[in-house]
Design a protein around this ligand. Structure first.
Ligand code: ATP
Ligand code: MG
Length: 756
């Protein structure tokens, strides 16, 4: 007998319910955007708790961002009440792995107060190693080695586990040795990088069966969102933890895999079925998020990708606005247009927070930020170059880190002469050298050196004062609340004074940022908790519930949804990004296309794409071509608008003018170059095997790339735009159809449905 349907199960469709109720054994939910995967995962968690199958701390749930984890926690507590508070192990891969590592750090040679390095620190450390090894850092850059080491870690390889071909990489075959040196230095510094969090976990689990057994007993159910973006190390970690119970539920969408450059492996989807035999695979096909044009536009676009599993999606949300595509003069005009429309939407009753601007690259953000400041439109920048990455914030953190762990040489190096206290580069290099030679931290080396005559008297005094300050702050840290400690450090170190004297225009902002920092620290119980948060946090939180337009990159929009979404900068080279195409060719292009799919599918009611004819990229003006993705959108679901008048005038205009004139078969609306090319690409037939059909009950259905088309002369067909007609001729995937009302047209077979 079915259990009595609890409240939280109400409204789920049969497949969703199946995925929620199948708590025992491996489950893989593979489904397109907006089909309720995250909702299934959340409900499943609530269900396990509500039925007493596990207590909150016996559940391991990983999401992609801290924000997603927070939202999940909120939704669960909405469903089942305060029990959700005990979900200790709900977080990102990194945050959960960091928690586990804290408890067993000594097993991998660290202390439990280890620091987590950010990219900046990581590169600085690598630079030191390259210098010490006499490797030409111009030819073999720290950044490149950092990237390589990350790549290895994402694949789950420790230095001794590198395959021979990889070990030969970098600086004439010295990659492996440098990787080893880097790990040794990290250990001395009592630090690790992001990749280490998982890798150390894996080392502990595989070398200490009793520790692993402990976690097997603890984690009775494991749940993973955005599974398509896991990398090998994350997969290995999950597999180890789920080995015993097998109660692992992963949800994902291969079409939304957008972190290939971070080592994410869509193969993990295939691996899952192999490693967890008998896994239940659930497919969800109904999209609850978007109206039909938005869904059809996104489905049409992604159908151009060759490597995909293919899937069916449909929605009951009929009609709605078509996806709007606009060409504008330049980036300035684009931000003006979008800001105007936001104001109009606001007047029409939309809230700012229901509106998102999703950009491919963060450089695109500035124009919007400036415009919004001018018009006083409230906005938030989510993710991207963040508050925590600002120099003054990093400096403040470096003080805290050094107070917390004396071994943190990178923090030491960053602030020993910030603000300037007469301890120059040469002195710092000397200190680091002594540290290296004696295998001690820089602080300890400094303590030794101030007792000698190695340094000039003035330098020695400065350094001694600095060390004394550090000792005093460290003592204060024991009894002073950490926000007060931070304030004291900033004052007593002379940091804030230096900024007050600074006449540069940014000094004031920096002081404000530091104020903001001290204020935000109050949200954490301990200094350690705060520092851990800083290392892990992916997105900037400016307090809850401010009604503000959300600006973010497409990458950080994953999993989110908004009623109105703007997608600016759809230009060749910007999106798809030139770099991604140069570096990874066709694969890179397909990943960009998935990113476009993610972008469009964030929209619930309205999606508005734009491209500019001219753009200033890194200070240089260039003429832009509309993105090929514009061309790939199915015409039936798109409306090209030229109402804005941004096409007129200007010198660059002449260059494009000839291509923006009349456009015979699509009428005045389709007058941009993108639309000229759209027309061409339709006849080229870039969507083999895709079908878009209207079901009897009026639902729109778009089927994936598996479907094969076959038509013959005389077939009756239905086309979304032209209505009913009869096939007159077939040429590859192009059909000549005599439409009852619209007359004879050439159409792509995947745009029509065969009538039986
Ligand atoms: P993405 O691939 O973008 O992460 P998703 O598959 O995780 O999407 P959700 O975010 O879980 O999808 O759901 C999309 C929207 O549909 C949400 O607003 C959600 O509340 C709603 N939804 C999901 N399932 C149902 C349902 N059975 N009834 C009504 N609304 C639903
Ligand atoms: Mg989701």
């Amino acid at each position: 007998v079915d259990p009595p349907a609890a409240d939280y199960l109400q409204g789920l469709n049969p497949e969703q319910r199946e995925a929620v109720l199948a708590t025992e054994g491996p489950v893989l939910v593979l489904a397109g955007a907006g089909t309720g995967k995250t909702r299934v995962l959340t409900t499943r968690l609530a269900h396990i708790l509500a039925t007493g199958k596990a207590r909150p701390w016996e559940l391991l749930a990983v999401t992609f961002t801290n924000k997603a984890a927070r939202e999940m926690r909120e939704r669960i507590s909405h469903m089942i009440g305060p029990a959700a508070e005990g979900l200790r192990w709900l977080g990102t891969f990194h945050s959960v792995a960091a928690q586990i590592l804290r408890r067993h750090a000594e097993l991998v040679g660290l202390k439990s107060n280890y620091t987590i390095l950010d990219d900046d620190d990581q590169e600085r450390l690598i630079k030191q190693i390259l210098e010490a090894e006499n490797i030409d850092a111009k030819r073999w850059t720290p950044k490149a080695l950092a990237g390589l080491i990350d790549h290895w870690k994402n694949r789950g390889w420790r230095p001794d586990q590198l395959p021979p071909a990889e070990a030969q990489a970098f600086a004439n075959g010295r990659g492996q040795a440098l990787y080893r040196l880097y790990q040794e230095r990290l250990r001395v510094l009592n630090a690790c990088d992001f990749g280490d969090l998982l890798l150390h976990n894996i080392t502990i689990f595989t070398s200490q069966p009793d520790v692993l057994a402990d976690y097997h007993a603890r984690f009775r159910y494991l749940l993973v969102d955005e599974y398509q973006d896991t990398n090998v190390a994350q997969y290995l970690w999950l597999r180890l933890l789920a080995q015993k119970s097998q109660n692992l539920c992963c949800v994902g969408d291969d079409d939304q895999s957008i972190y290939g450059w971070r080592g994410a492996e869509v193969d993990n989807i295939l691996r899952f079925e192999r490693d967890f035999p008998g896994a239940k695979v659930v497919r969800l096909e109904r999209n609850y998020r978007s109206t039909s044009h938005i869904l059809a536009a996104a489905s049409g676009l992604i159908a151009a990708n060759k490597s995909r599993l293919g899937k069916t999606l449909w929605t009951e949300a009929e009609g709605g606005e078509k996806v709007i595509v606009r060409g504008v003069w330049d980036g300035e005009a684009e931000s003006r247009l979008i800001a105007d429309e936001i104001e109009r939407a606001k007047r029409a009753g939309r809230r700012y927070r229901d509106i998102a601007i999703l950009v491919r690259a963060s450089f695109q953000m500035r124009a919007f930020e400036e415009r919004f400041v001018l018009l006083q439109i409230p906005y938030t920048v989510v993710g991207g170059p963040r508050f925590f990455e600002r120099a003054e914030i990093r400096d403040a953190h470096a003080y805290l880190r050094l107070i917390q762990s004396e071994d943190d040489d990178l923090a030491f190096e960053r602030i020993v002469n910030t603000p300037k206290r007469g301890i120059g580069d040469t002195t710092v290099q000397k200190l680091l050298q002594v540290a290296r030679l004696n295998g001690v931290s820089a602080t300890r080396a400094a303590r030794q050196i101030v007792l000698t005559d190695e340094l000039a008297a003035r330098t020695r005094t400065s350094l001694a004062n600095f060390l004394r300050d550090l000792d005093r702050w460290r003592a204060e840290a024991q009894h002073v609340a950490h926000p007060r400690l931070m304030e004291a450090v900033l004052e007593e170190s002379g940091y804030t004074d230096a900024l007050r004297l600074d006449k540069s225009p940014t000094a004031q902002t920096r002081l404000e940022n530091l104020k903001e920092l001290v204020q935000s620290m109050g949200n954490f119980d301990t200094l350690q908790a705060y520092l851990e948060h800083v290392s892990l946090v992916m997105d900037l939180d400016r307090g809850p519930a401010a009604d503000a337009v959300q600006i973010m990159t497409l990458h950080s929009a994953k999993g989110l949804e908004f009623p109105l979404v703007f997608l600016p900068g759809w230009e060749e080279g910007v999106f798809p990004s030139q770099r991604s195409m140069d570096e990874k060719g066709e694969k890179g292009l397909e990943e960009e296309r998935r990113l476009a799919y993610v972008g469009i599918t964030r929209a619930r009611e309205e999606a508005r794409i734009s491209f500019a004819a001219n753009r200033q990229v890194y200070g240089r003006w260039t003429s832009q071509l509309p993105s090929r993705f514009v061309d790939e959108l199915p015409l039936a679901n798109v409306e090209a608008s030229s109402e804005t008048g941004y096409y007129g005038g200007g010198p660059g205009m002449q260059q494009h003018g000839s291509r923006w004139d009349e456009s015979p078969s699509f009428g005045a609306g389709y007058s941009s170059p993108g639309w000229r090319r759209a027309q061409a690409s339709n006849y080229r037939g870039s969507h083999p095997g895709r079908q878009q059909v209207i079901e009897g009950d009026g639902r729109l259905v778009v089927t994936g790339s598996e479907a094969k088309s076959d038509y013959s002369r005389g077939d009756r067909v239905f086309h979304l735009k032209f209505g009913y007609g009869t096939v007159k001729g077939i040429e590859g995937n192009k059909l000549t159809v005599a439409f009852d009302k619209a007359g004879e047209k050439k159409v792509i077979d995947s745009f029509v449905e065969k009538q039986s």
